[in-house]
Design a protein around this ligand. Structure first.
Ligand code: PEP
Ligand code: MN
Length: 274
């Protein structure tokens, strides 16, 4: 029995049993999964072209935001329903399950019809109404770490979802705010093995938001694999120079394909270390 955090009950590791979250052909927690795609859904051509390339590179799922949490109200806010319909189209064509963020309790019900995995973004990790709402849907939840949240607070947020009856929660380390400014965030990879001893839930890593820099994404992806992560979520754009959000951290499809190849090789060779 893990008694580190008194109020983390359902999420805590209580024995050898771990939660595997089924999405499409993958069992997250058992299979190593790679999710790729643009920060935002921008247009049909942009999404479908990127989706095809991400699939070709060997990704297991497609990401793309239709509702975007932007610092400024004047920045691109996402295409909303139109974006969800484009994601659905990309799924029909490629067969890749869709991961996308929901920001508003009012959107959870209808939007989840289009979505395979609902993402709760870093800025909403402690939006307790939203956590309770997604705890009631029958879809897996990708719960990102809040940028100023401790592991205990993060697990308490997972607890909200589990407590509403949704057992399918995947945690995603995406970096925290520190005094460092060279990187967008400080990717806390020690959280991965720490979570492995605290919770039965699968843990993936987002080195795109975790570093904010293209050059650092592949090395930190490999480091994520070494730390024991169950998967990666990576931003990919066919032409980052015209991306409507997060252009500095978007890989082009060839870089993404290399990343998938190397991370899978490392993951396979880690099996021999066991
Ligand atoms: C995103 O995935 O595009 C995103 C906004 O992530 P985060 O919530 O981690 O900042
Ligand atoms: Mn982004």
């Amino acid at each position: 029995m893990n008694n580190v955090y008194k109020n983390v009950k359902l999420a805590s590791l209580n024995g050898p049993e771990r939660t595997f979250v089924r999405v499409g052909k993958s069992s997250i927690g058992k299979d190593f999964v790679v999710i790729g795609g643009p920060c935002s859904v921008e247009s049909e051509e942009q999404l479908l072209d990127t989706a095809r390339k991400v699939k070709e590179a060997g990704a297991d799922m497609l990401r793309g935001g239709a509702f975007k949490p932007r610092t400024s109200p004047y920045s691109f806010q996402g295409l909303g329903l139109k974006g969800l319909k484009l994601l659905e189209k990309a799924k029909d064509e490629t067969g890749l399950p869709i991961v996308t963020e929901v920001m508003d309790t009012r959107d959870v019900g209808w939007a989840s019809e289009y979505i395979d995995v609902l993402q709760i973004g870093a800025r909403n990790m402690q939006n307790f109404s939203l956590l309770k709402e997604v705890g009631k849907v029958n879809k897996p939840i990708l719960l990102k770490r809040g940028m100023n949240s401790t592991i205990e607070e993060w697990l308490s947020s997972a607890e909200y979802i589990l407590n509403e009856g949704n057992p399918n929660v995947i945690l995603c380390e995406r970096g925290i705010r520190t005094f460092e400014t060279y990187t967008r965030n400080t990717l806390d990879l020690s959280a991965v093995p720490a979570l492995k001893e605290l919770t039965h839930l699968p843990v993936i890593v987002d080195p795109s938001h975790g570093t904010g820099k293209v050059s650092l994404i592949e090395p930190m992806s490999l480091a994520s694999v070494a730390s024991g992560a169950d998967g990666l979520i990576i931003e990919v754009h066919r032409d980052p120079s015209v991306a409507l959000s997060d252009k500095d951290q978007a890989l082009i499809p060839t870089q993404f394909a290399e990343l998938v190849r190397k991370t899978r090789m490392l993951r396979d060779s880690m099996e021999n270390l066991k």
